[in-house]
Design a binder for this molecule. Structure first.
Ligand SMILES: [Zn+2]
Length: 414
């Protein structure tokens, strides 16, 4: 097991003129263990609001609060980093108010780390009227109908006001199913916008700016984007533009191409991925950080995540089932409530959604802790095999893309 420190402050300015040109980022990545078989790794990522054990799943918050869960509960679950939503917070209550509340940490009363998105993705996905020009993304506010131009500089200004530990660059987002010259244009523009974001960051000493690798499903464009962006001295990299309805075979090939070319000493964040199987496979492919609205969104429909898939609490079969959602789960919901109680509660009260949300976030965080422990103990391939055996009734049901992706990093399923 090799421990490698990188990205840390290397001493006072002026000692080594060339190296000192780039400021030290408020981030350090310590690699605790690497899987000798696959590309999986276990690290400690140190950020301004404390350590983050990776691989990590980051729950997604909206408007300063988690839907169906409080910050106290998130803290109790051992969450070390969560996402704040720049698009919503930038519009309402607005960056000035949040700055007055000592940033998003103070506003939410969240003591641990926060990652904010650029705001661009929400605009393109939620807002009907949006148009991308070299200047930025033009869209119509859903609150008052006014036209707003979000530039890379404004995105960073808002995220500087929010005070997040990790900020995301504004990128030119194209749906992963789009092909042709638009994908190439978006990739080159994302590189140019990265430079504008780097220049606009007023707090490089306490806020980390991550680049987002684009290039659609085209290996040459992805590679070109990786080559360009890794020339910039940013503290971390995200793999973007995936998990948007593309074929899973294309998805994993773009993920593994990206991790092959990203620097070993910096964190790798795969955006928008949160299904258990996808998480385990993409850890094997070398990713460290993940986020997805899926676990909290699906909870609101009564779907509880379990090691054998999911459990639909609204189904009649649970009306008289006095077991917890998962007898092995240690979360507050499973310690206190039965499937029958949650089934009954779901009909009359939104509290049921809240209980299932807690369970689902606990499931995601516990899964990632188990993954991490297996990497540290050098038994990750065996962990993957037993995870798959539990998740699927038989090996015939293993998704072929997952089998192929794991085989590409020398993990054979039985
Ligand atoms: Zn539970």
């Amino acid at each position: 097991m090799a421990a490698v420190e990188s990205g840390t402050c290397e001493g006072p300015a002026g000692m080594s003129a060339v190296k000192r040109l780039s400021h030290a980022a408020p981030l350090a990545l310590r690699i605790l263990a690497e899987c000798p078989v696959s590309k999986a790794r276990a690290c400690v990522l140190t950020l301004p609001h404390g350590p983050v054990n990776t691989p990590v799943f980051m729950p997604v918050g909206t408007q300063g609060t988690m839907k169906g869960i409080t910050v106290e509960q998130l803290e109790e679950l051992g969450c070390q980093i969560c996402l704040g939503n720049t698009y919503h917070l930038g519009m309402r209550p607005g960056p000035e108010l949040i700055e007055k509340a000592s940033g998003l940490h103070g506003f939410m009363n969240w003591r641990r780390n926060l990652l904010t998105d650029s705001g661009g993705f929400q605009m393109v996905s939620l807002v009907e009227l949006s148009e991308v020009t070299e200047e930025g993304v033009m869209f119509r506010s859903p609150y008052d109908g006014k036209e707003i131009l979000l530039t890379p500089e404004q995105s960073i200004t808002i995220q500087n006001s929010l005070g997040s530990d990790i900020m995301m660059q504004l990128d030119d987002v194209v749906s992963s199913t789009v092909t042709g010259p638009r994908v190439e244009e978006a990739m080159h523009r994302s590189v140019r916008w990265l430079d504008r974001c780097i220049a606009a960051n007023k707090n490089p000493d306490r806020q980390n700016l991550f680049a987002i690798i684009q290039g659609g499903l085209n290996a040459d464009l992805r590679k070109a984007c990786l080559d360009e962006m890794t020339k910039r001295d940013v503290p971390g990299f995200a793999v973007g533009g995936l998990s948007g309805g593309e074929e899973k075979d294309d998805f994993w090939k773009m993920v593994t191409l990206s991790t092959d070319h990203l620097p070993r000493g910096k964190p790798r964040y795969l955006m928008g991925v949160g299904y258990a199987v996808d998480l385990v496979v993409c850890v094997a492919l070398g990713c460290d950080m993940f986020d997805c609205v899926f676990p909290t969104r699906t909870a609101r429909f009564g779907s509880a995540l379990v090691p054998w898939g999911s459990l639909q609490i609204k189904q009649k079969q649970y009306a008289k089932d006095f077991q917890p959602i998962d007898p092995d789960c240690q979360c507050a919901t499973c310690k206190r409530h039965s499937r029958a109680y949650l089934h009954a509660l779901f009909k009359s009260d939104t509290a049921a959604m809240h209980h299932i949300t807690i369970h689902n976030i606990s499931y995601q965080l516990t899964l990632m802790r188990s993954v991490r422990q297996s990497i540290i103990e050098q038994r990750f391939p065996e962990f993957v095999r037993s995870f798959m055996r539990r998740m699927f009734p038989s090996s015939e049901q293993y998704p072929s893309w997952a089998v192929d992706a794991l085989a590409s990093v020398n993990i054979a399923l039985d």
